[in-house]
Design a protein around this ligand. Structure first.
Ligand SMILES: Nc1ncnc2c1ncn2[C@@H]1O[C@H](COP(=O)(O)OP(=O)(O)O)[C@@H](O)[C@H]1O
Ligand code: SF4
Ligand SMILES: [Mg+2]
Length: 326
């Protein structure tokens, strides 16, 4: 059974000028021990998707359709209090800026012990022991000494390790990591990615790794989902999607990149830009930029079709008749 299973997720924002539909009918799943990369340009809907899963969508944004299952349990519409419990007990969250997750006024030891004691019935001494173990686990040197240090006394990379330790306090089965390495130097990025990979392999954590950096995906992910304008464009095993991209948008992405650190804002091989939410064209959202666009592409959105081997799928009319007609 998948740890996380999302079906037909829709997220909307009511505004004075009408409803903005930010994420549309998104479906994906993550197995235990698997890292699923979510890649797409800035504004594609990656963070909204992650935030919806952990119940941290900022109003007025809200889920208007679909189902989010965690270990088979429907967590789509839990109350804030119920969601806080699920987050604390089963989901670890890692954001781009470690300082959003850390309180500058408390030592990291105090924050770890407090988080552990909120979710586990442990004495202070046992909680401290667990905190030190977690610091070892995430690779903080001299953890006994660092236990009493404040967040500002750590480098950016070490701070992100502390955030990962915090995320691990409850032994999560799912980690949502939203651009966890974007603010870090390339060498530190590689270390954090190695750590996330080890947690997936050794602890069986299912990981959703959100990034606009294709290099990070290539390095870390088992499978990748490409998001364009709030919709799934393509999904498949990471090597297949990188080596033989099927959706015309993914093809453009792969031609333009992919070194670590390259920003997806600039895609020299694809003219035009991702549409704003209030001016998404009818049919396939990519059609104004697509060389292969046909009449149907301007009228109807494509469903997901099998394209290529190993369960690679693309939301593109080109594959309606199967890969061999593409
Ligand atoms: N509070 C909001 N009101 C209206 N639109 C929003 C709000 N928050 C996000 N959006 C829109 O939703 C889209 C997806 O945002 P996001 O998920 O943050 O993108 P990214 O893929 O860069 O993480 C963007 O176009 C953004 O403008
Ligand atoms: S559905 Fe049509 S417009 Fe969209 S990517 Fe495929 S060919 Fe291009
Ligand atoms: Mg984002």
């Amino acid at each position: 059974m998948a740890i996380l299973e999302i079906s037909n997720l829709c997220i909307e924002f009511p505004t004075r000028r009408g409803v903005l539909s930010a994420v549309e009918h998104l479906s994906l799943s993550i197995e235990a021990g698997e890292i699923l990369g979510i890649v797409g340009e800035s504004g594609a809907g990656k963070s909204l998707t992650g935030n919806a899963i952990v119940g941290l969508l900022e109003p007025p944004g809200h889920v208007t359709g679909g189902v989010i299952l965690l270990n088979g349990q429907d967590i789509t519409h839990l109350s804030d209090a119920e969601m806080r419990k699920v987050r604390g007990a089963q989901i670890g969250v890692i954001f781009q800026d470690p300082l959003t997750s850390l309180d500058p006024l408390y030592t990291i030891g105090q924050q770890l012990v407090q988080t552990i004691q909120t979710h586990m019935d442990l004495s202070r001494a046992d909680a401290k022991r667990r905190a030190i173990d977690l610091l070892v686990e995430v690779g903080i040197p001299a953890p006994e000494r660092r236990f009493d240090a404040y967040p500002h006394e750590f480098s950016g990379g070490m701070r992100q390790r502390v955030v990962i330790a915090l995320a691990l306090c409850c032994d999560p089965c799912l980690i949502i990591a939203d651009e966890p390495t974007t603010a870090l130097d390339v060498s530190v990025q590689a270390q954090i990615i190695a750590l996330l990979k080890r947690l997936a392999r050794e602890k069986g954590v299912a990981t959703m790794l959100v990034t606009h950096d294709m290099g990070v995906i290539a390095e870390a992910a088992d499978r990748v989902a490409v998001i364009y304008s709030g919709r799934l464009a393509e999904i498949g095993e990471v090597r297949s999607v990188i080596d033989t991209p099927k959706h015309p948008y993914t093809k453009g992405l792969m031609d333009s990149i992919p070194q670590i650190g390259q920003n997806l804002e600039l895609l020299p091989n694809i003219p035009g830009a991702m549409p704003r939410l209030d001016s998404r064209p009818d049919g396939c959202a990519f059609n104004p930029r697509c060389e292969k666009a046909k009449a149907v592409c301007r009228e109807k959105m494509s469903g997901l079709f099998t394209a290529g081997e190993k369960k690679q799928m693309a939301a593109c009319w080109v594959y309606a008749g199967g890969d061999e007609y593409a």
